[in-house]
Design a protein around this ligand. Sequence first.
Ligand SMILES: *Cc1c(COP(=O)(O)O)cnc(C)c1O
Length: 442
Amino acid sequence: MENTHDKAAAPGDRPHSVEAHLIYGQMDDPLWDYSHHLLPPMSSSATFRLDSAQRGAQGFMEFAHTTDEVQVRSKAPIYIYDRLGEPNKDMLEQNLAYAEGGDVAVTFASGMAAIAGVLGMLTGSGSEVVAHKVLYGCTYSLLTNWYPRLKIGVKFVDFSNPAEVAAAITKNTRVLYMESPVNPTMRLVDLQAIAKIAREANVGRAQEDRVYTVVDSTFASPFCQRPISHGIDFVVHSLTKAIGGFGTDIGGVVIGPRWSHDMLMLYRKDFGGVLSSKAAWPVLVVGLPSLAVRMRQMQTTAQQVAEFLEQRPEIERVLYPGLPSFPQAELARRQMVDFDGAFAPGSMVYFVMKGASAHDALTRAERFINHIARSAYCITLAVSLGNIRTLIEHPGSMTHSAIPADEQVGKGLDPGGIRLAPGLEKPADIIRDLAASLDAMA
Ligand SMILES: *Cc1c(COP(=O)(O)O)cnc(C)c1O
C-alpha cells in the first residue's frame, strides 16, 4: 500500500504516524512563534500591524505569489488582513493538505464556498462541467440555478458508468465533478477510472483547455479515502462534518496541486468567502487532531448498526460499504483505506424502509423518523453528519420532499431511504433506540 503521506506537504520529515502529525502539525516551525503554547492561540485579528510601508509592500508582493519567484522572501509570513490570510487558517491548511496527501489547501467559509471556489477557478463563460447525476442538494442548485446565468454548461451523467463520462466530454469541458460515497445513497464512484478518463481527454490539449477532476470527499473524510492518491486533481470537504467533528462551526476546504494555490487565494480574497479564524481554530486544535480516533470508533459503530438493520424485517436493504452485501464491495476495499492502509468503509449508513408502494415506503419512513424524533435519546433528527451525536434524516420527506414519491424513484432516489450518521455513543445505545422505533412500527 502506497503511503500517500510521504510525499505530502509534510509537517516535518519525521517517522511518526499521520495521527501524530495531525495533532502536532508544524508547531515547532520557525514560521510560528508559538513555542511556549501547548496549543496555538486563537489568532482573531481582522487586521495586522505593519511596522513600515516597506513591510506592507513586501506582504502584498508575497501574497498569492508562492509559485512565482519573489526575489527576497521574508523569513516569517507577513500578515496584512484576515481575508488574505492569518495564522490559524494557514496552520490548518498545512495540516489539511497533509491529511489528504495534497500539495496545498485553501480554506473557505463553508463547504459550499469551497465548491464554488474550486469550480469558479476552473471554469468561465463558455466552458462546461460534467457532473454525476446525484449530488449534494446545494451543489446541484449551484450548477442548475446559477451556472446557466454564467453561461457555463452543465451535463449530468452516471459516473458509475465511465464510458458515459468519456462520451460527455467536449473541447469545452473543464471539470469532471463527483462525490464518493454519493450522498445519500452511498454508491461509490471509481475514482481511478474517472482520473484515467481525464488523463486520456488531456492528451494533446493545451494547458488552458485541460480537464480537471474534482471530488467532494466529505462523506469519507481523509481518514477513509484520499482521492489524490487515486489520481484525482482536487478534493473538497465540508469542514462542518467529520473533520470539524463537533458541529460547532461551518467551514470548507479545497486541496489540490501547488499551481492552484495562488489562484484559489486570489479567488477567496476577491469573492470574500473566507473561513473565520474563530471557526478555523476548533478545527485546528480539536477537530482534525481527533479525526482518526473518532472515525475509527464511528466506523465500528456503523458496521454494527448496519448489520443490525440488515436483520430487521421492516427494512428492504442496507447500503454500507463494510457489509458483504454491498454492491460495490470490491471497489470499496480498493478505494476506501485508512492512514495505515486498512479497509475503511466509513461512518455513513443508508437504509430503505419496505413499503407496498413508493408512497407507502415514504409514509412508513416518515412515521419511523418521527418516532425517532419524539422518543430516541441518542439519535437526533437533523441534517449534517460526522458529528459526535448520532444524526438521522429522511431525504424523501425532508430535503427532496418537493418531488412526489413516484418521481423520486425515477430520479434514482428511494422514497423509503433513510440516512444515518452515527456519532460517538456506544453501538448498543444507537441500536436500542433504532429497535424501539422499529418495534413501534408494527
Ligand atoms: C454538508 C455538505 C456540503 C456543504 O457543506 P457546508 O459546510 O454545509 O457548506 C457539501 N457536500 C457534502 C457531501 C456535504 O455533506
